[in-house]
Design a protein around this ligand. Structure first.
Ligand code: GLN
Ligand code: ZN
Length: 759
């Protein structure tokens, strides 16, 4: 009999109940008790959905972040979060969110650093380590939840982040501390925790060690061996879970760890299943992640059974079945979607549906395919309908793609030549000033959009409203004296959704929320089919904006790689092909803008870096196709048309060469928090094109001072010739208020003027 289990369930709630409860609590309109009650009720509902599983995850529920929860369990909370006088929950949120000096006792506490959870869009709170970091057990939360799950009639399987992954995820705050040196102190606390769990009568514990799918050096590999040899004497059986990739050179290590079971992500490592089956010692359980926990497509159950039955024949009771990773990364329930096109909806499976699929697969293995004949036939029908659907496949797109050649992505002349043509066409001062695109998205704009969507505002009235906003924005920029203006993006709800809504091949859910961090969620668009652009998407707005000013106005688009990385994408063709389809659609828009007389076009690639594979060995090929997609989108223009790109991060060392290959005339980046030091990457590489290092942090409400910005640009000019520098904020201004934006940009323009005088 194959056993079923789940690695984790989305905790935010099908209708984002947790988000709403948290935000009310933070505002003071919900008490701690009420928040805890809401948490318990969400857990109860989530377990009810998982009641058919042989083992249900517990401890995967979190009020903010599962890594922070683990830090609490291990007694590793930064001292600044305060001592005994605040409640545990307050202390927890202090680490998660920080607090400002305005709060009651007047002392500010900075939040824990946040970073991406492996290659997902989920962000965790980074554990902090010092040379004197000690650990102490705090098992209350887990013990309570074991109890709760039992009362609901489930067999609980606590979920822990494994000791080695826990260290790997954290950061030493004093450079002298080697994280691995803390393992000795950490293991006794894990052992005590496991003992306590055993005392509660729990048989299996899930210990997540996704570091096993990353490049590990000898010390980290050794740490894994050491840790699990040390924990070997603990009573509960340990299931070490790996996900998000293949094990490669860590495969043997993973198979041989002295634990009772191993979970392998068979969606991202299908080719390793056979090897793991061969390597795994005969007393061990193998859990296979056979349902995609990161994407939203219905599983082809019959095809899965074709290979899974053979594994089951070999392993029998030793085989466990699960989704590939925690379902945290997918929305909760597709059944509550009422606006999605019926065909597309029938191709999707969110968390609830994925567990149904798991159940069907287990029954097919345990009691024969005939026992689930109806479900398997229905699944085959839906899989087929997606494969042959005219909605998803367009011969014209296939054709367009096959016409691409090596020249499609190349500019006519190299940068050194075309820059002269650009400077003749658009005369700009030294240190030209510009912004990244968006201006404040005010409450009124959002309201107008909402009224338009619900039919309470006519299209004509909505367009008039947006035009009014554009006019205001252009006017403000002229008054501020900026050199290259933007229209301000008031018509955009989101930089991907806005374009996705106008392209064929994209669909949108109503409730397809996925937690990004804390109470924040994103609703990634669903890229289900071949991408094409029925008509121009931005030209009217940009042309209108340009008609209002003599100054050059920059057209604003989202790039293909960012569109891809921020969407749920189809799984029936390589990502690279989807990226190219997006690139062709954007290319069409770029050429339409050029035809409309737009001389400067920015193509944002905010998420290019995010797509980097976990393994070093896979990075070059990703960067190749990602850069190629950008080039195809951007580089069809004439020499005199200036292409800008923008990237929202500040690490370029390892991708600088790829950035250079994009060949954008100007790149604006986030630098203000790194004191321009990151420009060393560009200097070392002798980056040839123009660069706009962000001179102030738009995430902060502080108004930057002119002198600070002058000083930053002087540092930049030590690294990059001043003739190739632009002056701009480090990202878009949509989250700020006009009262903040105007003085900040005024100071920025004055800084640029001062810099020019010094030339
Ligand atoms: N043009 C977009 C804006 O200004 C870019 C946003 C981003 O890079 N995240 O908002
Ligand atoms: Zn940005």
């Amino acid at each position: 009999m194959a056993t079923t289990h789940n690695l984790g369930f989305p905790r935010i709630g099908a209708r984002r109940e947790l988000k709403h409860a948290l935000e009310s609590f933070w505002q003071g309109s919900l008490t701690e008790k009420e928040l805890r009650t809401e948490g318990a009720s969400l857990r109860r509902r989530n377990w009810a959905i998982q009641a058919g599983l042989d083992l249900a995850p517990i401890g995967d529920f979190s009020f903010y972040d599962q890594v922070l929860d683990m830090s609490v369990t291990l007694g590793n909370i930064p001292e600044r979060a305060g001592l005994a006088e605040v409640s545990d929950l307050d202390r927890y949120f202090r680490v998660a969110r920080g607090r400002s000096a305005n709060d009651d006792d007047g002392c500010a506490i900075h939040a824990g650093e946040m970073t991406k959870w492996f290659d997902t869009n989920y962000h965790y709170i980074v554990p902090e380590f010092h040379s004197d970091t000690g650990f102490s057990l705090n098992s209350e939360r887990l013990m309570e939840q074991i109890q709760e799950a039992r009362e609901q009639g489930l067999t609980p399987k606590p979920v822990l982040i494994g000791p080695v992954t826990y260290l790997w995820l954290g950061k030493s705050k004093d450079s002298s501390t080697d994280k691995l040196s803390l393992l000795d102190r950490l293991l006794p606390v894990y052992a005590a925790l496991l003992d306590r769990i055993a005392a509660a009568g729990v048989e299996w514990v899930q210990v997540d060690e996704p570091v096993l799918v990353t490049d590990l050096d000898a010390d980290w590999r050794h740490a894994l061996n050491l840790a699990y040899h040390d924990l070997k004497t603990c009573t509960p059986k340990l299931l070490v879970t790996t996900y998000f990739g293949d094990l490669r050179e860590n495969l043997q290590l993973a198979c041989e760890l002295p634990v009772a079971g191993l979970h392998l992500d068979a969606i991202s490592a299908p080719e390793e299943v056979a090897r793991v089956v061969d390597w795994l010692p005969p007393h061990k359980t193998l859990s296979l992640g056979i349902i995609d926990g990161r994407n939203i497509w219905r599983t082809d159950l019959n095809r899965t059974l074709d290979w899974l039955e053979q594994v089951h024949d070999r392993l029998g009771d030793r085989l466990w079945l699960a989704p590939s990773c925690s379902l945290l990364h997918v929305p909760v329930d597709v059944d509550i979607e009422h606006k999605l096109d019926a065909d597309i909806k029938s191709w999707l499976a969110f968390a609830v549906q994925k567990l149904d699929e798991l159940d069907i697969l287990a029954r097919a293995l345990n009691t024969g395919r005939a026992s689930v004949h109806r479900q398997l036939t229905e699944n085959a029908r839906l899989i087929r309908s997606r494969q042959v659907s005219g909605r998803a496949h367009s011969p014209a797109v296939t054709d367009a793609l096959s016409n691409l050649d090596g020249h499609t992505g190349a500019r006519q002349a190299p940068y050194r030549e075309r820059i002269d043509a650009q400077r003749r066409q658009t005369v700009l001062p030294a240190y030209p000033t510009t912004t990244i695109g968006s201006f404040p998205q005010t409450e009124e704009i959002r309201l107008a959009r909402q009224q338009f969507r619900t039919g309470n505002l006519t299209e004509a009235a909505y367009v008039a409203r947006i035009r009014e906003e554009i006019a205001y924005c252009v006017n403000q920029q002229e008054e501020l004296g900026l050199d290259v203006l933007v229209h301000g993006e008031p018509e955009r709800n989101d930089m991907v959704e806005y374009f996705g809504e106008q392209l064929n091949g994209y669909a949108f859910s109503q409730f397809g929320w996925v937690q990004s961090y804390g109470s924040r969620c994103v609703k990634p668009p669903i890229l289900f089919g071949d991408i094409s652009r029925p008509k121009a998407m931005t030209v009217d707005w940009i042309r209108y904006a340009q008609s209002l000013t003599e100054r050059p106005l920059k057209g604003m688009l989202t790039g293909p790689v960012t569109m891809l990385n921020w969407s749920f994408v189809r799984d029936d063709q390589p990502r690279k092909d989807t990226a190219l389809q997006l690139a062709l659609a954007i290319r069409g828009e770029v050429l339409d803008l050029e035809k409309a007389g737009v001389k400067i076009i920015q193509i944002d690639e905010a998420a290019l870096r995010e797509g980097l594979p976990l393994r070093q060995a896979d990075r070059a090929s990703y960067l190749d196709w990602a850069v190629n997609a950008f080039r195809v989108a951007a580089n069809g223009v004439r020499d005199e048309t200036q292409i800008h790109t923008h990237m929202c991060y500040s690490e370029f060392n390892d991708i600088i060469e790829a950035i250079a290959r994009m060949d954008a005339d100007v790149i604006t980046i986030e630098t203000s928090r790194s004191d321009m030091e990151l420009l060393d990457a560009f200097r070392g590489f002798e980056y040839p094109n123009e660069l706009g290092p962000g001179v102030y942090d738009i995430h902060s409400p502080n108004i930057p001072k002119k002198q600070e910005m002058v000083a930053l640009m002087q540092k930049a000019a030590e690294r990059i010739p001043s003739t190739r520098l632009w002056v701009n904020p480090d990202c878009g201004l949509k989250t700020r208020r006009w009262e903040e934006v105007v003085p900040a940009l005024r100071a920025m323009v004055q800084a640029a003027r001062e810099l020019r005088q010094a030339i």
